[in-house]
Each structure stands twice: as structure tokens, then as C-alpha cells.
Design a protein around this ligand. Structure first.
Ligand code: 4AD
Ligand code: MG
Length: 445
């Protein structure tokens, strides 16, 4: 009878059975008369042993890493003292090279070595994706995205899919990508927030996981031109409700993600000292953060100017923010930013009109991973904000109408998926948390 085809991580305890497997050669080595191959298929790894004549064929003698193979054989426990994935190996009785990979100078392992510079590695992203680190990050990404979907469903939130081609800005004109659109100009969306807000009256609380685009002319380790944006919008809430919800979602997403043993193992491989964040997250007002920065002598460094202490009204730049998060070393909800440094739609705090009902969530190693706020829900107040920011409200008629037809206190947030992953998987840059990163100067492969 035809043996069953299994994935390499399947039936971890199965032994003594004949199976068929497919995969690519991750490693190979010879030992005396035998040949050991570690095969990889995206679901796991399996050690295969070729013995006798099978180890001496032309194919075996010229086997190259990354070649794809079909192998049949019996699963057996590895001898005592020997190590192999899941403590087993496949004793092959038949194999076939499906696609032979280039060897010598063209071998992937030669093209993608530890010494290869970062730009070349990114040009070769289609090959580096096969590496253990890159593939683990991508597999964790899949699990996290899935977890967001399921946690939002637990909360009875509805998923929607707003357009990517828009005519309105959300987070400032400086980072808009414009493009010709028939006979007019369109932009790539910076955020789906405004569209999510329009869904509340008929769909209840909503979320989306879409791409957002920012024409960032910076090469920092946390800025992309195209990123995955997890956004949610909640109706009839207070600012405190928003913070509570955000903390719940982030922790629950981690719980769901870690509940899968393989995913958990990958996260620990990538980030050995990972610990679930403690609840409640530290809450810190912007004004307290400014005091903290002053006390810790973390200065503001602007181009062409001497470093100086932070003062109320200053933007907290990436470097200062990261220093602060690294020292405090736990998630922080940084709240109540001054209106001048935040987006037009954020309402003022009733007790302190200098500041807004806004929140950034900061994580060690990365800094800001979430930006959120309550939304101005009074029509006149919103129109005044457009005026102040010198934005023509005409293009926003569908957004401002929202305030005319049954307005409500509401709020939401956007979480950068790559930044969340950079923190969770302890990656130096968000570039390593996307399949094919797009950022200033790079639009390939
Ligand atoms: O803080 P931002 O700009 O907020 C918004 O876009 C809101 N309209 C979201 C909302 O309330 N629905 O962006 C939100 C998050 C940031 O905290 C960051 O994690 C991520 O999006 N982000 C980026 N990630 C990678 N590259 C960039 N250039 C990013 N810009 C923002
Ligand atoms: Mg922000």
C-alpha cells in the first residue's frame, strides 16, 4: 500500500511507520558509510538517514543544500545519545531529487552568508526567507495576525475592509504618497481610521487589518513605507474604556498566540527572555514623561542645534522614547499629548485643555507600537480643527457628516504589526518582520 504523506513536524511520536515526505535539504552531512539529511518543509524538520547503496548514488554524492526531495522510509527513534528533531529519524528506502539546487559559488549558503551586507541580504530576501530566523518570524506573524482576528471576534467586533486609494489625509500631509488616478490625484491611505468611524452606526465596533502607507524619508529601524496596520474603532466609550480595551486586546492576543506550542517555541527561540507583560500597563502622562526625561538627562537633539532638555510641547523623538522605554522596561501607556503635536481629530481633555485624550503604547526595544485616541465628535469643534490645521474639509464631507447624523463619543487606535513583531520576536528592525519590506529607497524584490 502507498505510505501516508506527512508534514515534517506531524505525529511527533510516530515511530515504526513507513511514510512519504517532501521538503528541502536544510543541512546534509556524511558519517562513515551513511548520509544524514535534515529536511525542512515549513512545518518542521526531519532527519533522514541514507544507508548502504542509497548513500552512494550519484544524486547522493552530489546532493546540494536547498534541493527539493521526495523520500520514503520508516520512522525510527534515534539511537540513545544522538540528537534529531523530535527524537526520530527517517530510514530512507527510496528518494528522488525533485529540483536540484545550484551548488558551488551559486549555492544559497554562499550567496547569503553572515558577512553579506544588509542591502544585499534584502535584495536576496526571496532566499533569506528560507533561513530559520526569517521563517520563524514570518510564521509567528501569521499566528499573531490570526490571533488579532480571533480576539476581536471574541469581543464581537466586525471586520471591514476600507479602501487603500483615498483622497484624504489622516496623519499629516508630509507622508502622503500621491498617484495619478484617472483624471484626478489619489493617495495611498495612511490609516483606515476615518473609514472605520463611519462604520460604527450600522456595524457596531469594528476593526481592520490593512496596509497603510507612509512616505517616510527616513531610514530608521522602525519606519516602513508600507506596513500592516491593525486598527479598531469603538462606539460609546470613554478614554479609560479605550485604555482598558487596548490592554486587554494586547494581552489576549499574546495569550492566544502562545497557546500554540510551535508558535510559542519559535517566539522563545527568537526572544529567549520573553515574558508576558504585567497588567496593568504603566500609565504615564506626556507631562510626566517630559519630567522623567529631564530627570534622566535625556536631551532633545534637533538637527543643527545644541542638545537641550525637553520641555512641555516638544515631540518626544524616537531615540529619547526608546531610551525611556528601555530603562523602564515594561509596556507604557503614554497619554495626554499636547494638541499641537497630535493629529487634528483628537479631542481636548476636559480637565486640562492643553492636552488631548490620546495614547501611545510603548514597548521596550521598539518604542511606540500603538497610537490611539478619542475622536472629536462635535461637528463645530471638528470644523475648527480642520481650520486650525489648514485642511480643506470639503474632501472630508463623509467624515464630518458623521457628526451631523447621530454623533457619539468614540475612539480607537492603530497598531503597527511589524513593530509589535519586532518587540515580540526581538528583531532589531521592522524590516525583518515583513515578507518583502518597502521603505525609503527600496521597492524590490
Ligand atoms: O500613530 P499613527 O500614525 O496613528 C494612526 O495612524 C491612527 N490614525 C491610527 C488609529 O487611531 N486608527 O500610527 C499607528 C501605528 C504606530 O503606532 C506604529 O506602530 C505604526 O502605526 N506606524 C508605522 N509602522 C511602520 N512604519 C511606519 N512608517 C509607521 N507609521 C506608523
Ligand atoms: Mg503615532
Amino acid at each position: 500500500t502507498d505510505p501516508e504523506t506527512i508534514k515534517l513536524g506531524d505525529g511527533k511520536d510516530v515511530k515504526g511507520t513507513r511514510v512519504r515526505i517532501f521538503g528541502r535539504v536544510h543541512r546534509e552531512r556524511r558519517q562513515k558509510e551513511n548520509m544524514f539529511i535534515t529536511l525542512r518543509d515549513g512545518y518542521g524538520f526531519m532527519q533522514v538517514i541514507l544507508t548502504g547503496q542509497l548513500a552512494k548514488t550519484y544524486d547522493a554524492l552530489t546532493l546540494t543544500r536547498e534541493s527539493s526531495m521526495e523520500i520514503l522510509g520508516e520512522l525510527r527513534a534515534v539511537p540513545e545519545g544522538a540528537h534529531a528533531p523530535n527524537g526520530r529519524e527517517l530510514h530512507a528506502d527510496y528518494y528522488k531529487i525533485v529540483g536540484k539546487a545550484a551548488g558551488g559559488d551559486d549555492a544559497i549558503t554562499n550567496r547569503v552568508s553572515k558577512d553579506t551586507d544588509h542591502a544585499t541580504l534584502l535584495d536576496l530576501r526571496h532566499l533569506t526567507l528560507r533561513g530559520e530566523t526569517a521563517s520563524k518570524v514570518m510564521i509567528v506573524r501569521d499566528a499573531v495576525e490570526f490571533a488579532f482576528n480571533s480576539v476581536y471576534k471574541e469581543l464581537r467586533m466586525r471586520k471591514v475592509s476600507p479602501p487603500a486609494l483615498v483622497q484624504t489625509q489622516v496623519e499629516g500631509g508630509a507622508t502622503l504618497f500621491g498617484l495619478p488616478y484617472y483624471n484626478e490625484t489619489a493617495y495611498l491611505t495612511q490609516s483606515s481610521q476615518l473609514y472605520l468611524e463611519t462604520c460604527l452606526p450600522s456595524m457596531g465596533d469594528v476593526f481592520c487589518i490593512e496596509k497603510s502607507f507612509r512616505a517616510e524619508k527616513s531610514l530608521t529601524r522602525r519606519h516602513l513605507a508600507e506596513y500592516a496596520h491593525v486598527e479598531a474603532e469603538l462606539d460609546f466609550i470613554t478614554f479609560d474604556d479605550l485604555l482598558e480595551h487596548l490592554e486587554h486586546v494586547m494581552c489576549r492576543v499574546l495569550e492566544v498566540t502562545l497557546s500554540d506550542p510551535t508558535t510559542k517555541q519559535y517566539i522563545l527561540d527568537l526572544h529567549p527572555e520573553f515574558k508576558m507583560p504585567e497588567r496593568p500597563f504603566l500609565r504615564m502622562r506626556y507631562s510626566e514623561a517630559i519630567d522623567w526625561l529631564v530627570e534622566h538627562n535625556i536631551d532633545i537633539e534637533e538637527e543643527g542645534e545644541a542638545p537641550r532638555p525637553h520641555k512641555f510641547g516638544d515631540d518626544i523623538a524616537e531615540a529619547a522614547e526608546r531610551k525611556m522605554t528601555d530603562i523602564i522596561n515594561r509596556p507604557i501607556f503614554l497619554t495626554h499629548f499636547p494638541a499641537e503635536i497630535k493629529a487634528f481629530y483628537m479631542p481636548k481633555d476636559k480637565d486640562d485643555p492643553r492636552v488631548t485624550e490620546s495614547v501611545d503604547c510603548l514597548m521596550p526595544g521598539v518604542g511606540e507600537i500603538v497610537g490611539g485616541s478619542m475622536r472629536m465628535w462635535d461637528y463645530d469643534e471638528l470644523m475648527a480643527a480642520f481650520d486650525r490645521e489648514k485642511i480643506d474639509p470639503a474632501a472630508y464631507y463623509w467624515y464630518t457628516d458623521q457628526r451631523k447624523y447621530g454623533t457619539s463619543p468614540h475612539g480607537g487606535y492603530g497598531l503597527g504589526l511589524e513593530r509589535f513583531l519586532a518587540w515580540l520576536c526581538k528583531q532589531h528592525t521592522v524590516r525583518d518582520c515583513c515578507l518583502y519590506p518597502r521603505y525609503f529607497g527600496r521597492c524590490k524584490p
